[in-house]
Design a protein around this ligand. Structure first.
Ligand SMILES: C[S@@+](CC[C@H](N)C(=O)[O-])C[C@H]1O[C@@H](n2cnc3c(N)ncnc32)[C@H](O)[C@@H]1O
Length: 413
């Protein structure tokens, strides 16, 4: 379909204006890139309005189960990650996960003195990216077909990595190919929660500068790592574990046949207030942390979680408690629903940690560290330690004393 460029230009201007207004675009370089690159030419299958919708991704490939494996990511997420990266003119930038559009934005930002290389594991995606980049005049962007787990063949170091696919771990190649003062921006999954973390390199460790909520298609190839799902009540309710698979999953059979224990916390949130800090706090503080999902087609209404797709849940043996919410005059209040023989105690633990977040950490951002997996416990900063295949991730909260909050081994499954 031929699309006339006048409406595309208007829509592009409107999209950029909206991203600036909403604070996703903060710098002149990123703004100029969004005003320049013709996004619709990288998403020819989408109607113009969809191509320029500020919060919409355009899916470009699905697997045999109908699950999206590639897309042109949503503009607001791309802007957020480009701002986190703070790439400057003349830098060498590497992108993991291609599509063409984001690489073109990066090429605008680093300019002719810089360089952009993008790598994808899927030959269809890499081929399409090459074609679209050529068609739009971005001949200088290098497109490589490879599993990014092993970094970029025949390439030295880069000043910035932007990973545009959901990663569970940080392979050594990504730091080996990162300049001494370089930055890696990666959507990293920790205990089931994904955050786009901007990591600065500090010797052999990475230290976060910022972390933002995001969602991405998951990594394929050698670095693929799927969470495990425990289904209960037929398949109505699922519990998702990145780690901490229950010692006796059968102990949860019938847990929802017990009476519900309901507790309210007095902790309130304003409408549209972001909950990213609260979720990260609970993921750091609770040993039996997992995420609950309710199948919309099988939902009998028995459970009423705050979020039916990924709800914070605390598991302890044969009992569990999950996060609930109720409206108040000026917002909403968090509560907890507990089930099982030990419902009271599990619910109390979750209530206590919610109150602790409200009292001590509501204004805080955690610092996230990534150390080589061989780093001994004694050399790690205080915080929740998540041991993966290649790294030990530490989520560390300010004002939280010296004691470690505990260690979780995500790689042992
Ligand atoms: C969200 S898309 C990338 C979007 C793109 N950066 C854009 O311009 O909007 C994620 C891509 O990551 C790719 N991918 C998944 N696993 C990969 C791996 N191990 N190595 C390289 N690419 C991978 C997928 O094939 C998919 O095309």
């Amino acid at each position: 379909m031929t699309q006339s460029s006048a409406p595309a230009e208007e829509l592009r201007t409107a999209m950029a204006d909206q991203l600036v207004r909403e604070g996703a675009i903060r710098s002149k370089q990123v703004e100029a890139a969004f005003r320049t690159v013709p996004r619709h030419e990288f998403a020819p299958e989408a109607p113009l309005v969809q191509a320029y919708a500020a919060h919409e991704a355009v899916p470009t490939k699905k697997n045999e189960h109908g699950i999206t494996t590639s897309s042109v990511s949503a503009p607001d997420v791309q802007a957020m990650m480009l701002e986190q990266a703070e790439a400057q003119a003349g830098m060498r930038v590497g992108e993991i996960g291609s599509g063409g559009y984001n690489a073109a934005l990066m090429a605008e930002i680093v300019g002719p003195a810089g360089s952009v290389v993008t790598v994808d594991i899927d030959p269809d995606v890499a081929g399409r990216a090459r074609e679209l980049l050529d068609a739009t005049g971005y001949h200088g962007v290098r497109v490589v077909l490879a599993d990014a787990e092993h970094g970029l063949p025949d390439t030295g170091t880069v000043d910035r990595w932007i990973v545009t696919v959901g990663a569970w771990d940080i392979p050594p190649a990504w730091t080996d190919q990162l300049a001494e003062d370089g930055r890696l921006v990666v959507p990293l999954r920790m205990r089931g929660l994904t955050r786009s973390v901007a990591f600065d390199r500090d010797g052999d460790r990475l230290v976060s500068r910022s972390s933002e909520v995001c969602g991405f298609v998951t990594m394929q190839g050698e670095g693929e790592h799927n969470a495990r799902l425990l289904l209960i009540r037929g398949k109505e309710i699922g519990l998702r574990f990145d780690d901490g698979w229950p010692a006796d999953p059968d102990a949860l059979n019938g847990v929802f046949d017990t009476d519900r224990v309901e507790k309210w916390t007095g902790v309130t949130v304003a409408p549209a207030e972001p909950l990213k800090g609260m979720q990260m706090w609970l993921a750091s503080a609770l040993d039996g942390f997992c995420l609950m999902a309710v199948d919309p087609e099988l939902d009998t209404g028995l459970v009423a979680p705050q979020n039916k797709r990924a709800n914070i849940t605390l598991l302890d043996g044969d009992s569990l408690a999950y996060l609930a919410i109720r409206r108040t005059a000026d917002g909403a209040e968090f509560g907890v629903h507990g089930y099982g023989p030990n419902a009271e105690a599990v619910a109390d633990t979750l209530v206590e940690e919610l109150r602790k977040w409200d009292r001590d950490h509501r204004q805080d951002e955690p610092v996230i560290y990534a150390y080589p997996a061989s780093t001994p416990e004694a050399d790690l900063p205080a915080g929740r330690v998540i041991t993966k295949r290649h790294r030990r991730i530490v989520i560390s909260w300010p004002h939280e004393g010296q004691a470690s909050k505990g260690t979780i081994d995500e790689k042992e499954k």
